[in-house]
Design a protein around this ligand. Structure first.
Ligand SMILES: C[S@@+](CC[C@H](N)C(=O)[O-])C[C@H]1O[C@@H](n2cnc3c(N)ncnc32)[C@H](O)[C@@H]1O
Length: 283
């Protein structure tokens, strides 16, 4: 079958559009770039080049997966985060742009030789980015999922920070001891979707991203409660705890903050103005 790049993109855009995929043309371009291992500029400047048979089959398969609802990032296995490529698999959440705000806030608080703990590391996008940005820092990355920690490990290896990160499979802080683990900064993008919100999530999220990464059940606040009550034993005096919250959780989280332990420095808004990143300092 002889199909040009331009024609392949036309057919794929139509199929994705009919399947209800938003931004079908851009998604088709991402999938074809992935299959051909070429960037978008190449696709535009070589629009009349023909796909070979293998490329066409791979592309058809990728488009069918995307049309069925699978996120592009699980098909291409990659997501950009803070300007770096992170490997992603269906075992980890696809890193989100709002989490880059958490990284920016954390970087402002990191002193030289900072020791950081990332609770719920997933792809490792937070901990690995912090280590890439601060080459004197070290990190402990915790996740309850062994499969997720393997993805953290691969990203730490690819981005050359493997020697400065320790991976710990743990339910929150259960496997750490305060005598041996003290941090300047604890960061987390915890699972926070409440049980009754799950059904209303986009199909790409609900049907494909790991449930353990999305929701701790019930009101969505159980891991956040644990961060607020358990993290103090692991943070140095005047150290910080930063975590991401759901779009409607700011008021509930303020109620959970114990003023005898924490100063609530701020809750930073995301790009839509929604309160997203809670910044606390331990007394
Ligand atoms: C929302 S994802 C965040 C992943 C990554 N940090 C990011 O920002 O893209 C939450 C992560 O927390 C992990 N997790 C869920 N419950 C946990 C628990 N009780 N203790 C440790 N990790 C947990 C999940 O496996 C998942 O990788």
């Amino acid at each position: 079958m002889n199909v040009s790049i331009a024609e392949a993109l036309r057919q794929a855009s139509r199929a994705l559009d009919q399947a209800g995929v938003a931004d079908a043309r851009r998604e088709a371009g991402s999938l074809l770039s992935h299959v051909m291992r070429r960037d978008r500029t190449f696709l535009i400047s070589h629009a009349e080049d023909q796909l070979d048979e293998d490329e066409w089959k791979l592309f058809e398969n990728a488009v069918a997966r995307r049309a069925a609802g699978e996120p592009t990032q699980y098909i291409t296995s990659v997501q950009d985060f803070f300007g770096r490529n992170f490997r992603v698999t269906p075992d980890v959440l696809i890193p989100r742009p709002e989490t880059e705000l958490l990284v920016e806030a954390a970087l402002e608080l990191m002193n030289p030789n900072a020791v950081v703990c990332d609770v719920g590391a997933g792809s490792g996008c937070i901990a690995v980015t912090l280590l890439c940005e601060r080459n004197d820092a070290r990190a402990v990355a915790i996740d309850i999922s062994e499969a997720a920690l393997e993805v953290t490990r691969q990203n730490a290896h690819e981005l050359l920070v493997e020697r400065r990160i320790e991976l710990v499979r743990s339910d929150c802080f259960d496997e750490l001891k305060p005598e041996t683990s003290q941090f300047d900064l604890i960061v987390s993008n915890p699972p926070y979707v409440s049980a009754n919100m799950l059904a209303g999530l986009q199909r790409e999220v609900r049907d494909y991203e790991p449930l353990v990464a999305l929701s701790p059940g019930e009101d969505g606040l159980s891991v956040i409660r644990r961060l607020l009550t358990e993290a103090p034993q692991f943070i140095q005096a005047n150290g910080h705890l930063l975590f991401e919250i759901g779009f409607d959780q700011a008021e509930a989280v303020k109620e959970l903050v114990n003023p005898d332990i924490w100063t609530l420095s701020k809750i930073l808004p995301d790009l839509q103005g929604i309160p997203r990143i809670v910044v606390l300092q331990k007394h």
